[in-house]
Design a protein around this ligand. Structure first.
Ligand code: PEP
Ligand code: MG
Length: 576
């Protein structure tokens, strides 16, 4: 019976050209086949099966590429537990698999302690009842995040996925006592400093230190990615704001940076103080003083990003800070700022009050900032050009072409105004250094009016990058920050099937993208086109971008392999 079963399974696999999930029975020595279907599989198995069948000549290369579901690659991109170590480990709780991967570390309960311990070289797991934006830096310093409350779209889950960091959320059995710094769970008591380990792909929480292994990007996965590269027409870039994220994106095969959000470079330490000073300046002189502090920080980061990308194109987006995210709210921070700026606390509070906006997302952000305070664009241009000159000197073999992107444009004249500031400053910098270097000035298409007037915008812009986060927000009239509150009702009532911020709305927002791409290229046939909203890493949106003829998609580093595979699949389907 075994011999017969073996022959039949081989026959079925050859016939269906895919791994089979068989049901059979042996009764009185006779084999009965009950059912066969293509087998379900994990991400790792999916890649291995496709590549083995390709090597065995069972399927051809395009079929192998089409066999792998892009989303499932996510599992392969994160550390995993060492197989032997995990066998001996004890599970103490189970939560939701909020962000994949494996992590081990010592328990800390507070975000600032996660930072402190990490600075001392310790490995930590940040354990919170739930997380909030103040925990961001601590989350970044920890190896993993564990929360007692919160679902798959809780703050902890969403932020951890963005960081590519392991997270188990909603482990409701945990009784966390912040005061005593202990967790009671299923008869165990663990305390601050004790080791625990998390499996963010299954939601399991283990007692003790369990050895982890870095993701293996070679072997079948590497071959699949090489194959994807052969078929795709779209290039894949990454959204990265730090040299570390850029290096991660490069390791995943990003062919450039499509969006470097410069305001994200200022969240940390003394940097936030300098940017607060800039925001709260009430004279040009004061602002220029603050900007002078920011310039070397930006230039250093840009050099780091250029180096990490080894000469690949990098698009640097000029400041687009929703001001409310940066102004100080804590009394101590306000006092500090007042002292730094030689003002009274009351004066600083008055400035903060004057900055209050009812609708910050539609407020004084993006290029509006550079229109009102052109000295900001001057500083940023200097930082970009000086960084590029330095890196070009260090690496004569690279062809540095800085790309400067002006955000939130809705009218060609405002783009022209900011572009003039950029061009004048860049040319002065290059002349002073005695260097000849090409640079590009482009814009984001993220306001419906920019899409509607793309033919005019393209007279000034040398490239377009579709900012589909804002374009979705403003086309639907949904707040990016608040839509979650009511979208659930829209899914229940079958008005919408998907979150339009995750999957591009091809009918509405997509129509604007398609139209703007066409109109832009009519004005400027060599207009370079990309997308840098969250949709750049969503497979169905990537397929749409291929169809409308964009040159690249840009997404967060951990989605780069997913986008690369989706781009190849779109091209293969298109050629069929
Ligand atoms: C966008 O709006 O799509 C975009 C990429 O910019 P941000 O998310 O920074 O507003
Ligand atoms: Mg935007």
């Amino acid at each position: 019976a075994y011999k017969e079963l073996n022959e039949i399974q081989q026959h079925l696999e050859d016939y269906f050209k895919d791994m089979q999930d068989l049901e059979f029975t042996i009764q009185n020595g006779k084999l009965w086949m009950l059912q066969t279907r293509n087998g379900k599989r994990t991400g790792a198995a999916m890649v291995r099966i496709a590549m083995e069948m390709l090597r065995q000549g069972v399927i051809d290369a395009p079929t192998a590429v089409l066999r792998v579901e892009p989303e499932k690659l996510d599992e392969l991109l994160h550390p995993v537990f060492d197989k032997n170590a995990i066998k001996k480990a004890n599970i103490i709780a189970k939560g939701l698999p909020a962000s994949p991967g494996a992590a081990t570390g010592q328990i800390v309960f507070f975000a600032d302690e996660a930072e402190k311990w990490a600075a001392e070289g310790k490995q930590t797991i940040l354990v919170r009842i739930e997380t909030s934006p103040e925990d961001l830096k601590g989350m970044n310093s920890a190896n993993g995040i564990l929360t007692a409350r919160g679902g798959m779209t809780s703050h902890a889950a969403v932020v951890a996925r963005g960081m590519g960091k392991c997270c188990v959320s909603g482990a409701g059995e945990l009784q966390i006592d912040y005061k005593a710094r202990t967790i009671q769970v299923n008869g165990f008591t663990v305390k601050e400093g004790d080791w625990i380990s998390l499996n963010g792909s299954t939601g399991e929480v283990y007692l003790g230190q369990v050895a982890t292994k870095a993701a293996d990007l070679s072997g079948d996965f590497g071959q699949l990615m090489d194959l994807a590269g052969k078929y795709s027409v779209l290039k894949v870039r990454a959204n990265a704001d730090t040299p570390k994220d850029a290096a991660q994106a490069f390791a995943f095969g990003a062919e450039g940076i499509g969006l470097c959000r410069t305001e994200h470079m200022f969240f940390e330490g003394d940097r936030i103080a300098a940017i607060r000073e800039m925001i709260c300046s009430d004279t040009v002189e004061q602002r220029e003083k603050a900007l002078a502090k920011l310039l070397p920080m930006q230039q250093g980061d840009f050099e780091g990003i250029y180096e990490a990308m080894e000469g690949c194109p990098v698009t640097i987006r000029f400041l687009d800070p929703p001001l409310h995210e940066f102004v100080p709210t804590e009394e101590a921070d306000i006092e500090l700022l007042a002292k730094d700026m030689g003002k009274t606390v009351a004066e600083i509070k008055a400035i903060i009050a004057s900055l209050h906006e009812f609708n910050p997302m539609m407020g004084h952000r993006g290029c509006r900032l550079a229109v009102t305070f052109p000295e900001i664009a001057v500083m940023q241009t200097r930082a970009v050009i000086r960084a590029a000159i330095n890196v070009q000197k260090r690496h004569p073999e690279w062809n540095m072409v800085p790309e400067i992107m002006i955000p939130l444009v809705g009218e060609v004249k405002e783009l022209k105004y900011v572009k003039n500031v950029v061009v004048k400053t860049a040319d002065e910098e290059l002349a002073a250094a005695g260097v000849e270097m090409k640079y590009l000035v482009g814009t984001m298409i993220e306001i419906p009016r920019a899409a509607l007037t793309a033919d005019e915008i393209a007279t000034e812009a040398e490239f377009f990058s579709f900012g589909t986060n804002d374009l979705t927000q403003m086309t639907f009239g949904f707040s990016r920050d608040d839509a979650g509150k009511f979208l659930g009702a829209y899914y229940d009532k079958k008005i919408y099937e998907n979150d339009p911020f995750a999957k591009l709305d091809q009918i509405g927002v997509g129509k604007l993208v398609k139209m703007a791409a066409k109109m832009g290229r009519e004005t400027r046939p060599d207009l370079h086109l990309g997308i840098c909203g969250e949709h750049g890493g969503d497979p169905s949106s990537v397929e749409f971008c291929h169809k409308v003829g964009l040159d690249y998609v840009s997404c967060s580093p951990f989605r780069v392999p997913i986008a690369r595979l989706a781009a190849a699949q779109a091209a293969i389907k298109d050629a069929k």
